[in-house]
Design a protein around this ligand. Structure first.
Ligand code: ATP
Ligand code: MG
Ligand code: MG
Ligand code: MG
Length: 439
């Protein structure tokens, strides 16, 4: 992509409304634009990151055996009356009336709708277990939307819903999501710690929040430091191995980790002082087992091996890709701008032509652009007629993992400069070597 033909509206000044660094950088680097309080447009590079995060979330959901579908954003109040949550949910729910005076709502979550879909088709325990998920926009009329897409009113959520014949089956389904979440966050370059958590308005009794430590996080958390170095389950983990998955979950819950709602002072005091972490954290994912909370009132039952009707045991599992964009920036930036982890960078390379109009630099950039893109590498080519300083600043701000600087001086020696954004390390290399280094 040529920057001269792209849409990358960066800001020179720090926006006043942004209180935390990720919000500031998302506005300055042209990832998002606020359209109403807590409602954002995703500009091209922001959209690219969101799409890449969603793709990783999707791959790991699929790997665990979950099945993707897509439910609508607008729901009927009827379903929520069946579960009893229509009145209970309160002001966070955006309620809408259509032209026929029917009560609708913009979904804040989808337990009711998925339970309705399930009960319409599934009749027998033989069709279980089942885990259905979608990646869809949600709306919650947050009392204090803030920190950009960290706590917005409209936000993207991956929400999965599992159905099992009994509690033991549901436990296995829960463990699958637990392991999928460990893999997902690790692939996004994050150290997320599963912490015992409150179940909140969704209800139930087994729940973990996946938390990233960050000084700007809104949760107060307590945990054992060793979690930060625990090994991540490998890609060939057998999700059908009940005992194997339980062993992974047991290990990842063997040490103390809890949010303030579930904090146990005595248990925390037992951790050696140099291993104690008392910090702030960002909730990036949350998994629940809630049994028959929805299946009972909504009559989602299946025939069991005994020939009788049983309400299904359910769990729900959320990840917030739009919050993750901000969380990743909180974890990965410096004074000059964003430092994208390779797997989710909007482009892999910023290619900077230091002297546009110079035949040698123009030709070298064209060669590099061609060689990289034909190898499947995404290049943002800064071909604008701008001062070099401004181009370097833009490249650092938008944070692609690699920069290639092409100027007449080094090119006279047949070299271009390759810079790694994360470390600032620079190397003078031939065009071929620079391409080989990245590809
Ligand atoms: P919080 O405690 O931050 O309000 P929550 O517990 O209400 O979040 P869940 O119902 O557990 O959120 O939703 C699952 C995931 O959706 C969260 O872990 C988070 O990643 C994301 N999420 C929830 N609310 C928001 C929001 N207002 N903006 C962005 N992402 C959100
Ligand atoms: Mg909330
Ligand atoms: Mg929460
Ligand atoms: Mg939660």
């Amino acid at each position: 992509m040529r920057l001269s033909r792209y849409f990358l509206p960066t800001l020179r000044e720090d926006p006043k409304e942004a209180e935390i660094v990720s919000h500031r950088l998302m506005l300055r680097a042209g990832l998002i634009r606020q359209q109403s309080a807590g409602i954002y447009a995703w500009l091209p590079i922001g959209h690219r990151v969101l799409t890449k995060i969603s793709a990783i979330v999707r791959e790991e959901q699929n790997r665990s055996g979950a099945i993707e579908l897509l439910m609508p954003t607008i729901q009927s109040a009827e379903l929520w009356r069946e579960s009893g949550r229509y009145d209970a949910y309160g002001k966070e729910m955006l309620r809408i009336t259509d032209r026929h005076e029917r009560e609708m709502l913009y979904g804040p979550t989808n337990e009711e709708m998925i339970t309705d879909i399930f009960r319409s088709y599934v009749r027998s325990y033989k069709d279980l277990p089942l885990n259905l998920y979608h990646i869809q926009w949600k709306f919650r009329d947050e009392i204090r939307p803030r920190f950009g897409t960290m706590r917005s009113r409209e936000f993207l959520m991956k929400d999965a819903y599992s159905f099992d014949i009994d509690q033991a089956g549901a436990r296995h389904s829960y463990n699958k999501m637990f392991v999928a979440y460990l893999r997902t966050f690790a692939r996004l370059g994050l150290k997320a710690i599963p912490m015992r958590a409150d179940t909140g308005p969704i209800g139930g009794d087994l729940s973990h929040e996946f938390i990233i430590l960050a000084s700007t996080g809104e949760s107060e958390v307590f945990c054992h430091r060793d979690f930060l170095d625990f090994p991540i389950p490998s890609a060939d983990t057998d999700f059908d191995d009940v005992a194997g998955l339980q062993a992974i979950v047991d290990k990842w819950t063997s040490l103390y980790a809890a949010t303030s709602e579930k904090h146990d002072e005595a248990a925390f005091a037992a951790i050696p002082d140099d291993r104690k972490v008392s910090a702030r954290g960002i909730e990036v994912g949350h998994i629940f087992y809630f049994g028959t909370k929805y299946s009972l009132p909504m009559k989602a039952t299946v025939t069991g091996p005994d020939g009788k009707e049983h309400p299904v045991h359910m769990g729900s599992y959320g990840i917030g890709p739009s919050r993750l964009v901000a969380a990743i920036i909180e974890a990965s930036h410096d004074d000059a701008g964003i430092i994208w982890p390779d797997p989710i960078a909007p482009f892999d390379v910023s290619l900077i032509n230091i002297k546009v109009g110079d035949t040698a630099t123009d030709e070298a950039c064209a060669r590099l652009y061609h060689a990289l893109t034909t190898r499947g590498i995404d290049v943002l080519y800064d071909d604008r007629d701008e001062r070099p300083g401004a181009k370097f600043a833009t490249a650092d701000l938008v944070g692609m993992p690699w920069q290639i600087l092409v100027g007449p001086k080094s090119l006279a020696d047949g070299k271009v400069e390759l810079k790694r954004r994360a470390t600032g390390e620079r190397q003078l290399l031939s065009i071929e070597d620079a391409v080989a280094r990245i590809a």
